[in-house]
Design a protein around this ligand. Structure first.
Ligand code: PEP
Ligand code: MN
Length: 263
């Protein structure tokens, strides 16, 4: 095959002893941006009390406008690492550029490649060389074959496993932020036999649709979900409209998991 290492990988990836792609769905939750040490600690304590295994959040943000909040940088990696260690969680966070790779690899358990960087081949090579497991978000205009080949770049340079993340592609309709490709999830899971995490937050861009699309994703074979949450979405520095209020995350997870058990 054109992507021998991806084809050989299999549907389960180990992230620090946690096996992603087994029966129990994994949840990766947290704010879009790591905004302050207090926000990160409040978030971590709620997530850990809900049994969530990963805290997410960006220290380096790929913002459409250069005038929008760009992230707090390295100090935010320290906040999230400390909060995760204090609560027994794992960290997934994005390396936005090659220059961030050594620090992100040192602080994260799972290195995220953002949608806008899926075909940044020098970044993929640099991340691969760290030999970390990687969460590879689908480019917003990438075909499945291009996505698989991006995974091949990571694995062929040393990545310890690639988890694919469907986060929506550009459709023709702007009623939702993106077009969440549930078919791609089933294809990767059942035809290519790979682990896929679905991000309904960026997929739809609205918090009220996270639950129904999260259920759809799990039904289609997703290994887990990435969900943005914020203690006070109205004051979020990025992606407030899609953030689930932290206080409502527990009931949301209950709805997702009970639907999962009922099918
Ligand atoms: C994110 O998850 O923080 C993010 C920026 O998402 P995406 O790369 O999918 O737009
Ligand atoms: Mn976001």
């Amino acid at each position: 095959p054109a992507h021998p290492l991806v084809s050989a990988q299999g549907p389960v990836v180990d992230v620090g002893g946690l096996k992603i792609g087994t029966d129990k769905p994994v949840f990766m939750c947290g704010p879009c941006s790591l905004e302050s040490e207090a926000q990160v600690h409040e978030t971590a304590s709620v997530l850990s009390s809900l049994g969530i295994s990963f805290i997410r959040g960006g220290a380096f943000k790929p913002r459409t406008s250069p005038y929008a909040f760009q992230g707090h940088g390295d100090v935010a990696l320290e906040w999230v690492r400390r909060a995760a260690d204090a609560t027994g969680m794992r960290v997934v966070t994005e390396a936005l550029g090659e220059g961030h790779v050594p620090t992100v690899a040192a602080y994260a358990d799972l290195v995220q490649v953002g949608s806008r960087n899926m075909q940044n081949f020098s970044l993929l090579k640099a991340i691969g060389k760290t030999e970390k497991p990687v969460l590879l978000k689908r480019g917003m205009a990438a075909t499945i074959e291009e996505w698989l080949l991006a995974g091949e770049y990571l694995l062929s340079h040393g990545a310890k496993g690639v988890i694919f993340c469907e986060r929506g592609i550009r459709g023709f309709d702007d009623s939702t932020r993106n077009l969440l490709d549930i078919g791609a999830v089933a294809l990767l899971r059942y035809v290519h036999r790979l682990p896929v995490v679905v991000d309904p937050s960026h997929g739809l861009g609205r918090r009220d649709l996270v639950a129904p699309l999260g259920r759809a994703a799990l039904s289609a074979g997703a290994a887990g979900l990435m969900i943005e949450t914020h203690p006070d979405p109205a004051s979020a520095l990025s992606d407030g409209p899609q953030a689930v209020p932290l206080g409502e995350l527990g009931s949301l997870l209950g709805r997702l998991v009970s639907a999962e058990g009922a099918r």
